[in-house]
Design a protein around this ligand. Structure first.
Ligand SMILES: [Zn+2]
Length: 211
């Protein structure tokens, strides 16, 4: 909700199976970090390396403001109910019509666990109890880090939030692998089932390269 996943060119790391989305939404770092005008004074910014810095920054020639652009956190959870996992079918781009775990951009002023709870509530109208942090996926080429918690649904009540067409519980054999929206979600779900079969959940980290 609140437009986070509606941000143009946000959350764009699509699953490898979803080619029509992949080509439309795979972005370069340059595109992702575009900034034209100073948010302090409105002047046109220029790209240069400030003194004592090592990175190109958007610098305002009028007021001197240096605009630091840093990665965004996308946080969600793998919520289980009686052995099944809760997935949402996206009502927004990127990945319209494809399935994903409930997740979204972390807000200022909240913890990572609070972000997971909020996103699950907003997108799947579901209440969960957060268990452990399960997966961390770095996606440097789009300047995002995705975090997923393991969680338990508190009851069988869930529904489609504003950014979902529908929500549903899937057992392992029903997971729509060829209709998942994001590669980080594919990684998370594969790791989840692997651990569940082994009888112990661990912590999983991955870095995605451009597709
Ligand atoms: Zn300025």
């Amino acid at each position: 909700m609140q437009g986070h996943w509606k941000q143009k060119k946000s959350y764009s790391e699509t699953a490898s199976g979803a080619n029509r989305i992949e080509s439309a939404h795979s972005l370069t770092m340059t595109e992702q970090q575009e900034m034209n005008y100073c948010t302090q004074c409105g002047a046109k910014v220029v790209l240069r390396i400030p003194e004592g810095d090592s990175h190109l920054r958007h610098v305002c020639p009028q007021c001197g403001e240096i605009h630091y652009l840093n990665p965004k956190l996308v946080i969600g959870c793998v919520a289980e109910w009686e052995g099944c996992l809760l997935l949402c079918r996206r009502a927004i781009e990127p990945g319209y019509g494809l399935w994903t775990l409930p997740a979204g951009f972390m807000e200022n002023g909240e913890s990572t666990a609070q972000a997971a709870l909020r996103e699950t509530s907003e997108e799947a109208c579901a209440s969960v109890s957060i268990e452990q942090l399960f997966a961390l996926v770095s996606i440097p080429h789009i300047n995002q880090v995705h975090l997923f918690y393991r969680a338990q649904l508190q009851n069988a009540e869930f529904g489609a939030g504003e950014e979902s067409l529908e929500t549903s519980l899937f057992d392992e054999s029903q997971i729509p692998w060829d209709r998942l929206a994001f590669r980080s979600v594919v990684f998370c779900l594969k790791s989840y089932f692997k651990d569940r079969h082994s009888g112990a959940f661990g912590f999983h980290e991955s870095t995605l390269s451009p597709p």
